[in-house]
Design a protein around this ligand. Structure first.
Ligand SMILES: [Ca+2]
Length: 443
């Protein structure tokens, strides 16, 4: 594409900063857009770690009942039962339960994502129920085609639903409702991305539970393998491409150069604030057409710098942006130690939320960091945009998958999953897997 005009616009115009951005994931996504040595597009990168489902648990409930953080699915079941039947909030009323999941959109990749219990048993429907993984035969497979793993998870959830430790009305709970259940003190366990404890933590305090403490851990292990392996999607948000007929393909490269310089490598804090729209410095500039909001792995970098800074109470060496995370967290912790947390103070409320991600030793990035260091993931076997078949069939296949899952959890035999799989293949599943295989073969 870039060479049809007789020159390579990327090679000629890309700055070192743009190249650093594109290689921040080790060049993984750039590699997927290079075919036969030719670059066919530029990725806007995301951080797949930020979207990975984690487990969130009411630590104060565990402590009151003398229980530990569940590491296996058997332990999760035990804790969920105790949260339902042993009055974990100590108010003498039967008003709590264990697990909340999103039974409306089901495979959302967001708050209440129902993928986690399946990942625990080695099955991977995935975000939007459209994850492709490498099957045991080395071929590309849909992650939900592992019937044995899917059925194990379904039987597990069936049992939890039957005894009430999975929310009785999860069928009508969407993502927003899961937030409400978590933040009102009714539910004790939920799954979601690394930000899954942020809003519930402030909501719980506003509801009067000042001692509430939401901690995070990896998805428990259902297979006795010493740890679960969550599905890691591709770190790609979108791809910028230009028509081969475009007379000035370098315009796109120049736009990206500019966005990257302002948002990822600003010359001063003022410049960053101006283009990021922070405080009075906002220029109204919206990251130009390429909508780059910063280095994709920024949150992991914030954790790696802010966590030790908070631990040592030493902000020296932090950038202005990192310090903007440090300050509210320390303000929260100082007011907490003084028994004077002021929820009406915006800085403190921000500190409570950011603490759950970046500075709690039992927080989400501390748990993610262990997974990242152990490389404990199942990687996507398909790392580019959807094909025409995928765009056409995915909504139907997702709906069918979600309906089947919900029916089985609420009582239908798990063996009906086999006939569902046949339908799934007939309704476009065969085509989408073939497309994913064709892409993998071309790599
Ligand atoms: Ca109670």
């Amino acid at each position: 594409m870039w060479r049809t005009t007789g020159r390579d616009a990327f090679e000629e115009y890309a700055t070192d900063e743009l190249r650093a951005y594109l290689n921040s994931d080790g060049g993984r996504m750039l590699g997927t857009l290079t075919i036969d040595g030719r670059l066919y597009g530029l990725p806007r990168l995301s951080n797949a770690y930020d979207a990975l489902p984690m487990m969130f648990v009411r630590q104060d409930w565990l402590d009151r009942l003398g229980l530990g953080m569940p590491a296996t699915m058997d332990e999760l079941m035990e804790v969920a039962r105790a949260f339902t039947y042993s009055d974990p909030d100590g108010n003498g009323a039967n008003d709590t339960y264990g697990l909340a999941i999103d039974g409306v959109d089901v495979f959302t990749g967001g708050m209440g994502d129902a993928n986690a219990p399946f990942y625990a048993f080695g099955a991977y429907p995935g975000p939007d129920a459209m994850a492709f993984i490498e099957g045991s035969d080395g071929k590309v497979a849909w992650g939900g085609a592992n019937a044995e793993g899917m059925k194990k998870a379904l039987v597990f959830l069936q049992e939890m639903y039957k005894d009430g430790s999975l929310a009785k009305d999860f069928i009508t709970m969407d993502s927003q409702k899961v937030f409400e259940e978590a933040g009102s003190g009714r539910c004790g366990i939920w799954f979601g991305p690394m930000w899954g404890a942020m809003q519930p933590s402030t909501d719980l305090m506003r509801a009067g539970f000042m001692d509430a403490h939401v901690t995070s851990g990896p998805i428990p292990d259902g297979l006795g393998q010493g740890g679960s392996r969550p599905f890691l999607k591709a770190s790609i948000e979108s791809v910028f491409m230009m028509s081969s007929k475009c007379e000035n393909p370098e315009a796109l490269i120049k736009l990206m150069n500019l966005s990257i310089q302002k948002m990822c490598f600003p010359e001063s804090d003022d410049e960053y604030n101006k283009y990021a729209g922070i405080g009075d410095a906002s220029s109204g500039w919206k990251c130009a057409l390429t909508n780059i909001s910063g280095m994709p792995f920024k949150n992991y970098d914030v954790f790696k710098t802010v966590y030790p800074a908070v631990e040592k109470r030493d902000p020296s060496g932090l950038s202005t942006e990192q310090a903007s995370y440090y300050k509210p967290i320390v303000q929260y912790l100082d007011t907490l130690a003084a028994g004077a947390v002021d929820l009406d103070d915006g800085m403190t409320a921000m500190g409570i939320q950011r603490y759950t991600v970046f500075a709690d030793p039992q927080g989400s990035y501390a748990a993610l960091d262990k997974l990242i260091k152990a490389d404990q993931f199942v990687y996507s076997a398909y790392s580019t945009g959807p094909t025409k078949n995928m765009a056409e069939f995915a909504p139907t296949l997702k709906k069918l998958t979600a309906e089947t899952i919900v029916k089985i959890i609420t009582g239908e035999s798990a063996d009906t999953y086999d006939s569902f799989l046949e339908n799934w293949r007939k309704l476009g599943g065969t085509e989408v897997v073939a497309d994913a295989q064709a892409w993998a073969d071309a790599q």
